[in-house]
Structures are given as C-alpha cells and as structure tokens.
Ligand binder design. Sequence first.
Ligand SMILES: *Cc1c(COP(=O)(O)O)cnc(C)c1O
Length: 561
Amino acid sequence: MGGGEGRARVISGLNFNPKIAYFSMEIFVDPDIHTYSGGLGMLAGDTMRTFADLNIPVVAVTLLSEKGYLRQRIVEDRQVEEEDEFDPSEKMLLIAKEIMLNIRGEDVKVRPWCYFVKGTSGYSLPVIFLDTNVKGNSDWARELTSYLYGGDPDYRLAQEIVLGIGGFRILKELNFSSIYRFHMNEGHASFLTLELYRKTRNIDFVRRQCVFTTHTPVKAGHDSFSIKKVEEFLGYSIPEDILPYVTDNGNLNMTKLGMFFSHYINGVAKKHKETSSMLFPHYSIDSITNGVHSLTWVSEPFKRLFDRYMPGWRQDPYILRSASGIPSNEVWHAHMEAKKMLIDYINNNFGKGFSHDLFTIGFARRMTAYKRPYLLFYDEDRLREIARSVNGLQIVYSGKAHPKDEEGKRIIERVIRAGRRLEPDVRFIFIPNYDFRIAKLMVSGVDLWLNTPRIPMEASGTSGMKAAHNGVPQLSTLDGWWKEGYIEGVTGWAIGEEDQESDDQRDSRDLYDKLEYRILPIFYKFRERWIEIMKNCIALNASFFNTQRMVEQYVLNAYFL
Ligand SMILES: *Cc1c(COP(=O)(O)O)cnc(C)c1O
C-alpha cells in the first residue's frame, strides 16, 4: 500500500484545459501539507494562488514529498531534525492514472495526487503532486518522493527525473493537450525539455514552449550531474548536438539545460538579473521581481482595516497605493493587535515575559552563512548598550538550517547563546520549526524586519515584502528586492551602501548606528512619523511587491511571445 491510499478519495481524471504548466520542486499550498522548505516553495504557492485569482488556466506540477522537509526541535541550543510527514489523503484527491518511467534500468510507476488552489473569485487550479510510493515499485523507487531535498546526489537526480519527465508524462496522461507554455521554476524540472526535444529534434519548437526562472546567484547553487550518470539513469544519451551548451566539465548543468531550451529567462530582481547575466553570459536574461500573495500575507487586523478603507484590495492589490489615507491611530491599533498575537504566542508557548510595548525586531529565514543571522549580535556590548538606552529591546528569531549545512547549524547555536548572554537587557527568543504559521505571526507582529544577506547572494528575498504588507518597515543590506524597495527613512533603512563588498564589522556598525540614531528615536519619540513610515510600506511597497504585478509581468513578458 502506498501512503494514504486506503482512505484516499479517488477521481478518474480532471475536466480542465490548462494553457500553462508550472513546474516547481517545492510548493506551499496548505499549512498541513509540508511540501516546502522556504522561499522557493512559498513563491510557487503565492504564484499559483494569484493565477487562480486572475482566472489564468495553469496546472502546477511538483513532488509529493510526503515525509516533508524537516521538523526542527532545539535541544541544548542545537537543531535536531525529525521527519515532517503528512497524510496526502486528508486534503488531496488521488487521480486514478499512472505513468511509467524507467530510471537506472528499473521501471518506476508514478501516480498523481491533486490539490485545488482556490482564487478569490472561486476559480480553482490543480496542483499535481507526483507520488512513487506505489505498489509494485521497489523500496528504492517508493522512497523517491518521500523527502524534499533529502538523500544523496543519486537520489536527487532520480527525483529530478520524476519531476521533469514523470511530470511531463502525467500531463499527457491527463489529456492536457492545450498546454503551450512550460514554466520551470528553477532547474529541478529541466529534464522536461529533453522529453520535448527527443520527439521533434527541433530546438525552436522546444524553446517556443519553455520559460525558465533562475533563483540562485551562486555557481554552487545550480544542480549538476555527471553526464555518464545522467545517461545511465535516463537509459539514453543526451543528444550530441546540444551537449556543448548544457555541460560544464563533463557535468550536465540543470540551469544551462533549462536556459538553453527556453525562449524567455528571468532572474527574480533587477540586481539578480545582473548577477545571473555574469554567471551565464551567453544568455539574455530579463528580470521579473518577486512578489507575495497579498491576501495570504496580510494579518487579520490589517485585512479588516484594508476592507474598510480600501475595498477591492483583495482582487486588486494595486489599490493598496492609497494606504496613506488611513487614519494613523487605526493603523497603529491594527499593528498592536497583530503584535499582541505574536507576543502572546511567545509568552504562552515558551514561558517568556515579552512586553507588548517594547520595540521588537524580527529575523526569520533559512539559517545559512550568507544570510548572516549573527550580524545583529556581532558586537554584544554595543547591542546591550542600545537596549539599555531604551529600557529594553526584544528580538525574535526563527529558521531552519538545511540538514547538511553544518555551518548553518552552528550559526543557530551561536545566535541562541548570544541571545541568552544579552538577557535581561535584550529579551530574546528563537522560535523552533519556522513554517508558514510562524512566518505569518512574525512578519506582522514585530516592529522592524531585519535582513542581512551578504551582497549579492540574496536573489530576491520575499519576507520583507510580507512585512511591508503589514506596515512593518525593513532594515536590510541593499541586496535582492530591497535595492528596488527601499527609500531611506521612507519605507525603511539600508545597511551599508549599494554594490559594496559586504564586511561584517562595517555592516554591523552601520546596523547599530541606524538602530540607535534613526530607528529607535522615531519609534519612541516621533510616533506619528513612525506610522507614516508604516503607511509608506503599504502604499509604496505592498502595492507593487505582490504576485499580482509579478504574474501580470510573466503573462505579458514570458508566456506570450
Ligand atoms: C517567506 C518565507 C521564506 C523566505 O524568506 P526570505 O526572506 O525570502 O528568505 C522562508 N520560509 C518561510 C516559511 C516563509 O514564509
């Protein structure tokens, strides 16, 4: 028996005619479905929700990942990982179809589960979750769709074959014959291009149909596999004529494969387009800056406020432009309500004595070296002095490290220990197991959102956009989207200068200076001005850095030739 099979509701097929197929290794559709690890999956989910809002006929394809990414516990200041399984039969339908793959000479059956993403007007779109945990498959094959980003390189290669080739064949099996664009969200699904190419041997035919989005600004972040291994797994040779364009020193580069066969390629922020163009000089790379799904990320108190003063924002987030007209005291009340939800969550769950009134800084994302989660703690004495000067500071952290990222795990330990040393001047909490629910509480419940990536490692970043939707300004290095979104003292503040080489000592000094001389004085002494900044975040940034604007750009620039 496969996972959840016994209780599954089964349907025979889908009566739907998608025009676009959106492939992503991870996608967040529901808090109880743990098929995401972070930014990439959130973006994919926000994108699908927006396609549904706009009645754009899209089908998404991803892996089931029924044991999830990881559930994080903190034991003696260290991350401990557990499986984060879920039961697909609770919220998905099993489609009574099956396709066959051959991986490494072995037959592998793949079956589709379906989850419907509903838009604001009720239009719903299918997300297909590929499952190899099927009777008749070998133990090895049954595990292929168990773990998101787990296992060794062979496991990863087999997963990418399931996603790209299995996904492509499932769409055929579902009779989705009207698909004319395949959008690869990162290189994990690039094998689908080989399916298109092998049949026709016509590069232009494939390119017309494919769109590629890259998310990674560093070379090491792009998957590659030895050609020999790929051919052994696929059971056929990569066509000779394309080999020179898709390989690096004998390895198949999944990004190059996807890019080679796409008529449109984009990075996820203007700055990321420049970085990617340097990494892949032979391609013309455009940029479509990421966004977030407004209705998903606006907290309940702000939803009520927006409904009252900006009706229609749910269908059309550009309306958030007029946020400047909301009375300041109501913006403040909505914020205090959202802040109370976060502070109460912290006090109730972790026995902390956080205050509703003290200035509160939030930092949450994947814990990894380039994001420099320790930067705020770089000079503990300075931070303690700042905290004392305002009678206390509150800091909320959360985030998982990838199981193989030992440095990321050490950073978690380092941050937790620094936080403890700073008590009681600084009240500190590291909330374990960062996920959608904690993200939503945090981006709306803190007073300031902090981001400290080492330039140019952050392709876009999206959590600051979620904060902006809740009137929470950001303090960040000028990387990713922040280069486009910041106006100093108007929508938030910058750490360091544009295009400057990142340096921990200099950047931390700048961070402390901004906190001490610009941010805290406005928050405590010029509350009216602070609330103006909050409104600017909504009017200037939420109205633009949303997936509605982003999807419209994809439709106009990428999907239609
Ligand atoms: C938004 C989000 C992320 C991505 O945050 P970044 O700032 O873009 O790194 C990661 N995890 C969760 C749970 C999120 O909601």
